[in-house]
Design a protein around this ligand. Structure first.
Ligand code: KG4
Ligand code: ZN
Length: 331
C-alpha cells in the first residue's frame, strides 16, 4: 500500500510517498527558515501563507522522484494537530481534496504520534510495544506505545518544551534560528560542568518535565557573563539531557519495555542519543533513533503511521477539523 503523507503543522511543508509504512519512495521538505529567521521565531500567519504557496508545486516533483503517478496512491494522510491552526488547515484541506479527487481513503494523523513512526522507516525491525520519547520545539513527551494507534501518556512538560529552551537561549546568545543545532555545535568544544544549572522537577506526576527554571537560570548565566559560549551551551545541553535521561530510565523501569523509540527535532542531538544509548543499554533496552532528517518534521513519518492505521481499516471523515491543541494520545 502506497500512502501519500502531508505535513504542515508548523513551518516545514512536506510531502512524501511511502510504501507499506517503511519504504520511502520520495520525500520533499520545503523549509520556511528564511521567512521566519528575521523574527527569531515562527510567525503563524506567514507560515500558513508559505504552506499555501509551496505545497501545490511540490506534488509533481515528489511523484516524479518516486517514479509514481497520482493513480498509484492508495491512501492520503495529513496531520490535523497539534500545531499552528492556519498551517494545519492548509495541509488538511490539501489532503482531503486529493483523497476526494482520487477516490482514495483519507486519514487525519496526530503529529506527535507520527514523529515516533520515523523509527519504522529507519529501522525495519522495530516492532511494538515500545517506550516513545518525543522531544521537539513544542513538546517533551514520554509515551507508552503497546500497538499501532495505542498511545498512553506517561509524562509531559508542564511548561516549556526542551527545544523551546534551546532555541530561546540560542537566540539570546545571538545564534541563528532555530537554535538547537547551533547549541550542539557550540557545546562540542565546551565543558558541560562549567556552569552550574538546575535540573528542575515538576510537582505533578513523577515523569512530567519542567524546563522553565532551567531556561531562566541559563538566561541569567548568559546575562551575567564570565563563561565562554561553548561552556555555557555545553552546560545547558547537559542539563536538558540529564532531565530527559532520568525520566526515561524511570519510565523504562516502570513499564518494563525493552525498546525505546525517540523522535522530534531535539533527538537530532547526537549527545542526547549517546547518553540514552548508554543508560538504556545498561538496562538491556535497545534504543531506536532516526537520522536527523527524519527526527525533524517530515511527511514520511505521517505516511508511515497512516499506513498502519489504514491497513486496519481506519478512515477519517472528510469533515475532520484541525485541532491546534490535539492531545498526544488522541488518534
Ligand atoms: O520536531 P521539530 O522539527 O519541530 C517541532 O515540532 O517542534 O523540532 C524542532 C526543534 C527546535 O527546537 C530545534 O532547535 C531542535 O528541534 N533541534 C535540535 C537539533 N536540531 C534541531 N535540538 C538539539 N540538537 C539538535 N541537533
Ligand atoms: Zn514536530
Amino acid at each position: 500500500m502506497r500512502v501519500l503523507g502531508i505535513e504542515t503543522s508548523c513551518d516545514d511543508t512536506s510531502l512524501a510517498l511511502v510504501e507499506s509504512g517503511r519504504r520511502v519512495l520520495a520525500s520533499r521538505i520545503s523549509s520556511q527558515v528564511a521567512t521566519h529567521s528575521p523574527y527569531g521565531g515562527v510567525v503563524p500567519e506567514l507560515a500558513a501563507r508559505d504552506h499555501l504557496s509551496a505545497l501545490p508545486g511540490m506534488l509533481a516533483p515528489m511523484l516524479a522522484e518516486a517514479g509514481a503517478s497520482l493513480s498509484g496512491v492508495d491512501g492520503v494522510a495529513a496531520v490535523y494537530g497539534p500545531g499552528l491552526l492556519g498551517s494545519l488547515l492548509v495541509g488538511l484541506a490539501a489532503g482531503k481534496a486529493l483523497a476526494l479527487g482520487l477516490g482514495r481513503p483519507f486519514l487525519g494523523v496526530n503529529h506527535l504520534q507520527a514523529h515516533l513512526f520515523a523509527n519504522f522507516i529507519h529501522t525495519p525491525d522495530l516492532e511494538f510495544p515500545f517506550l516513545g520519547l518525543v522531544v521537539s520545539g513544542g513538546h517533551t513527551l514520554l509515551l507508552d506505545v503497546p500497538g499501532p494507534g495505542e498511545f498512553r501518556v506517561l509524562g509531559r512538560t508542564i511548561d516549556d518544551a526542551a527545544g523551546e529552551v534551546l532555541d530561546k537561549i540560542a537566540r539570546l546568545a545571538g545564534l541563528p534560528f532555530p537554535g538547537g543545532k547551533y547549541v550542539e555545535q557550540q557545546a562540542a568544544t565546551g565543558d558541560p560542568k562549567a556552569v552550574a544549572l538546575p535540573r528542575p522537577v515538576a510537582r505533578t506526576r513523577p515523569l512530567d518535565f519542567s524546563f522553565s527554571g532551567l531556561k531562566t537560570a541559563a538566561a541569567l548565566a548568559l546575562e551575567r557573563g564570565g563563561h565562554s559560549l561553548p561552556d555555557l551551551m555545553a552546560s545547558l545541553q547537559q542539563a536538558v539531557i540529564d532531565c530527559i535521561a532520568v525520566r526515561v530510565e524511570k519510565a523504562l523501569r516502570s513499564t518494563g519495555r525493552r525498546r525505546l523509540a525517540m523522535a522530534g527535532g531535539v533527538t537530532a542531538n547526537r549527545r542526547l542519543l549517546q547518553e540514552l544509548e548508554r543508560k538504556a543499554g545498561a538496562q538491556g533496552v535497545r534504543v531506536y533513533c532516526p537520522p536527523p532528517l527524519l527526527c525533524t518534521d517530515n511527511a514520511a513519518m505521517v505516511a508511515s503511521l497512516a499506513y498502519f492505521r489504514l491497513a486496519r481499516g481506519e478512515r477519517s471523515p472528510l469533515d475532520l477539523n484541525a485541532s491546534a491543541q490535539l492531545a498526544p494520545d488522541v488518534a
